[in-house]
Write a protein that binds this ligand. Structure first.
Ligand code: GDP
Ligand code: MG
Length: 456
């Protein structure tokens, strides 16, 4: 079947053109009048919908009944087998049908049962697709966006191109156990005196030097940022420093932090803080944490515990040494010579400077002048500041920088990519925006099944 005009299809179906047009409008099909042409798969879809509905209302002929039989038994045979399918964040009904070998019309009918009215070319989000394919015996898993968009580039990274990169550390722990004080202590002891006095820009991450090696700390306020970034498929942390106050011991958020780190497969170093306090009991912390699988080395485990006093600045150097040790064992590497890929750590609209975002570069080297895209934001790197507010021209893997030059404020967790030119960046960003818009439209069903068939 090729294209068919609306009035021809209406005739075929035995309904008025007017009725058919109103059905098509409800399905979001773009038509002008009864002379408009329809794509063949859309015509097929309408015919299936209407003939089935009519069949349901009128007594079925023997021929109709027997025609339906194989369909049903086929579905039943398919049901008990649970098959896995990997799906992208958005997929059209048509493509989804191809992936799981189910006719799109069946998918659309099922979506109607859920109260969603979509056409064959509409894109649905992963969560909707997951629910939908489950009805047909499939278990859906989401493609990792970062991996997907960079799969090709990852493959191009030959082992000999990979060089060591600094570790990225997140400090986590229960409220008031000393996370902020510890980060301040680390920064203060490691920032040259001449710079410490100056006004440092807060960019949500800091970079320090220890024995000629760089360590990067994210000062994202703990758990939310960690999970928000991870939910978007971005793994930004190499090591978690778990702060536990020696006078207070393991508390609910301590356990939460352990669970997050474990789920992300990130090694934990325990900083037993506030050991200056008279009622500090570091051994009790060890005992408590052993129950959660964090067993100290002296007890035959492999978890490093460091006693510190963030307030008195003691134990800080030892903690940093241990971070470098764990980093060395993890053999963290990246290719410095490629188009940069990074993650938006935080972003805001600055009165004077426009949209600014802290980017943690993950691969490659980000340079001033690069064309960039992050979600629906795009642009050209106009200027970059390092974590001490100094202008820099480039930033390699693991390095956090504040970037200026975005068209709009990107979202934390968005993947930043360098592309060939600004035109390409804009095209990718606009596509991303479209997908978001469609998602919103799909989220609000326009018309119910009942209303649609009342018109027939
Ligand atoms: P956060 O909520 O984990 O960021 O904790 P803060 O860094 O804000 O610290 C909470 C309180 O504990 C503050 O009053 C700090 O001064 C205090 N504190 C932090 N570290 C130490 C420490 O090593 N010793 C003592 N005695 N107090 C500390
Ligand atoms: Mg704090």
């Amino acid at each position: 079947m090729s294209k068919i005009r609306v009035y021809e299809l209406a005739k075929k179906l035995g309904i008025s053109s007017k009725k058919l047009i109103s059905i098509l409008e409800d399905l979001d099909v773009d038509i002008k009048n009864h002379m408009s042409s329809l794509e063949d798969d859309m015509a097929q879809l309408i015919m299936d919908l209407i003939s089935e509905e009519k069949g349901g209302k009128k007594p079925k002929t023997e021929a109709q009944k027997s025609a339906e039989l194989p369909r049903k038994s086929e579905e039943e045979i398919n049901k008990p087998r649970v098959q896995k399918v990997i799906l992208p964040p958005k997929i059209s009904i048509k493509d989804l049908g191809t992936r799981i070998s189910i006719e799109p019309v069946k998918l659309i009918r099922k979506l109607m049962d859920f109260g969603l009215m979509v056409n064959i070319n509409a894109e649905i989000d992963f969560e909707s697709a997951k629910k939908l394919v489950k009805e047909f015996g499939y278990e859906a898993e989401e493609e990792n966006q970062l991996q997907l968009s960079n799969q090709q580039e990852v493959e191009q990274d030959r082992p000999e191109d990979l060089k060591p990169r600094p570790p990225v550390v997140t400090v986590m722990g229960h409220v008031d156990h000393g996370k902020t004080t510890l980060l301040d202590a680390i920064r203060e002891t490691k920032v040259a005196a001449s710079e410490a006095g100056g006004i440092t820009q807060h960019i949500g991450a800091s970079q320090i030097e220890k024995d000629g090696k760089t360590i990067v700390f994210l000062d994202t306020p703990g758990h939310e940022a960690f999970t928000a970034l991870r939910a978007r498929g971005a793994k930004v942390t190499d090591i978690v420093v778990l702060v536990v106050a020696a006078d207070d011991g393991v508390m609910p958020q301590t356990i939460e932090a352990i669970n997050h780190a474990k789920a992300a497969g990130v090694p934990i170093i325990v900083a037993v803080n506030k050991i200056d306090k008279p009622n500090a009991n570091p051994d009790r912390v060890k005992q408590q944490l052993a129950e959660y699988g964090l067993i100290p080395e002296e007890w035959g485990g492999d978890t490093i515990f460091v006693n510190v006093s963030a307030k008195n600045r003691t134990g800080i150097d030892h903690l940093l040494e241990m971070i470098l040790l764990v980093a060395e064992m993890a053999e963290l590497k990246a290719n410095y010579n490629r188009k940069a890929v990074g993650v938006i750590i935080e972003a805001k609209l600055d009165k004077g400077r426009g949209p600014v975002a802290t980017v943690l570069v993950q691969k490659g080297t980000l340079r001033v002048g690069d064309a960039i895209v992050a979600g629906s934001s795009y642009g050209k790197v106009r200027a970059m500041l390092d974590s001490r507010g100094k202008m820099v021209k480039s930033a390699g893997p693991s390095i956090p920088v504040e970037v200026m030059g975005f068209s709009e404020v990107p979202n934390a967790g968005d993947i930043l990519r360098v592309v060939s030119n600004e035109k390409e960046a804009r095209e990718i960003a606009e596509k991303s925006k479209e997908i978001h818009r469609e998602k919103e439209i799909i989220a609000t069903p326009k018309v119910s099944l009942d209303r649609l068939f009342d018109k027939i």
